[in-house]
Design a protein around this ligand. Structure first.
Ligand code: TXA
Ligand code: MG
Length: 315
């Protein structure tokens, strides 16, 4: 394949991107969480190409992205609970897993033949414009090679996928910086992945939410142990640096790089993947990144989840 096009996030760029998608091509685009690798969710071929481009080892189910609740209701069955959550958090960094409609028309590769479907309505204006111009659901996992750090800038996408996809729409840096929270609502509410919407905010609406997912039998790549992996080794909860380590700090204090000098978890999430890439480059092959402790509250849960996987033994 020729070099990947870098498209501007203007009406012309969106038009070109939508045309490439309609022709079965793959186009990475910005959302407020991370860049997604988009393909026509109704096309077996386009969805199969997503797995191929990412080098995903298995056909895990993907998130179907739509512009609004009306489009979401054409794919899944919503009860009052699901509508209330959608009204409160869409558009935004939340994915709902709901019973799949028999007439949804999605490629079975999107749902991995599960009776449920994961749906997201992103808030990013470029994602919204692209979804409306394309006019159908887009399957979009994070736009990075499988197991590697998720992309929060167009340059990150090209660093991993240049020459493997048709285009990337450059919408600048992602504001949230960690993937969407995944909430299972096909039964009692269950947290399938912590993410951009803090679980505390969901519990305020729904009451207590059980931790979902089974790490022994992952159905979400976010549930695989090693994931978001930099090249360097990662040491967590590092209070004191050791010689030659690259220190990634949080809050005041000496550090080579800092997720948030003021200890702001929103800022830390927004810069997490970018600073992990920078720390990786500084550490070099065989090096170690030492990461300061991050509080396990609000977006800190999503940050710690990603960091635990970045530090996990590589499989
Ligand atoms: O923020 C995000 O969610 C980003 C942006 C691009 O929207 N997308 C993303 O997609 O993170 P991906 O493919 O990396 O993660 C989708 C997750 C996977 O862990 C997958 O297993 C889970 O959603 N998933 C999809 N369908 C599911 C289902 N029916 N039941 C349970 N989990 C499901
Ligand atoms: Mg991913």
């Amino acid at each position: 394949m020729p070099e990947t096009l870098r498209l501007l996030a203007d009406p012309n760029g969106i038009k070109t991107a939508a045309a490439l998608l309609r022709a079965g091509g793959l186009v990475a685009f910005p959302t407020e969480t991370v860049y997604g690798l988009g393909g026509d969710a109704t096309s077996d071929l386009a969805v199969a190409r997503i797995f191929e481009a990412k080098g995903r080892p298995r056909f895990n189910p993907l998130i179907a992205h739509v512009p609004d609740l009306a489009a979401a209701e054409r794919l899944a069955l919503f009860d009052d609970r699901a509508r209330a959550v959608a009204a409160a958090f869409w558009p935004g960094p939340l994915t709902l897993v709901l019973p799949l409609r028999a007439d949804a028309g999605l490629s079975p590769l999107v749902t991995a033949e599960l009776p449920t479907v994961a749906i997201r309505v992103p808030a990013h204006p470029v994602a919204q414009a692209l979804l409306r111009a394309f006019g159908g659901p887009l399957a979009a996992p994070s736009a990075n090679p499988s197991g590697k750090i998720s992309p929060t800038r167009a340059d990150h996408v090209l660093a991993g996928l240049d020459g493997r996809i048709e285009a990337v729409v450059d919408g600048g840096a992602c504001a949230v910086g960690v993937e969407s929270t995944i909430l299972g609502l096909d039964g009692p509410p269950s947290l399938l992945r912590p993410g951009g919407v803090p679980v505390e905010a969901l519990e305020a609406l729904l009451g207590p939410i059980a931790a979902g997912g089974d790490a022994a039998k992952p159905n979400a790549p976010g549930q695989l142990l090693s994931h978001y992996a930099p090249g360097a080794a990662v040491r967590l909860n590092a209070d004191a640096p050791r010689p030659r380590e690259v220190r990634l700090g949080f809050g005041p204090g000496a550090a080579d790089l800092n997720l948030s000098p003021t200890g702001d978890l929103v800022q830390a999430a927004a810069t997490l993947f970018h600073l992990l890439r920078q720390a990786d480059a500084l550490a070099g092959p065989g090096g170690t990144i030492a990461i300061a402790p991050i509080p396990e509250t609000g977006l800190g849960r999503a940050i710690n989840d990603r960091l635990r996987r970045a530090a996990a033994p590589r499989g």
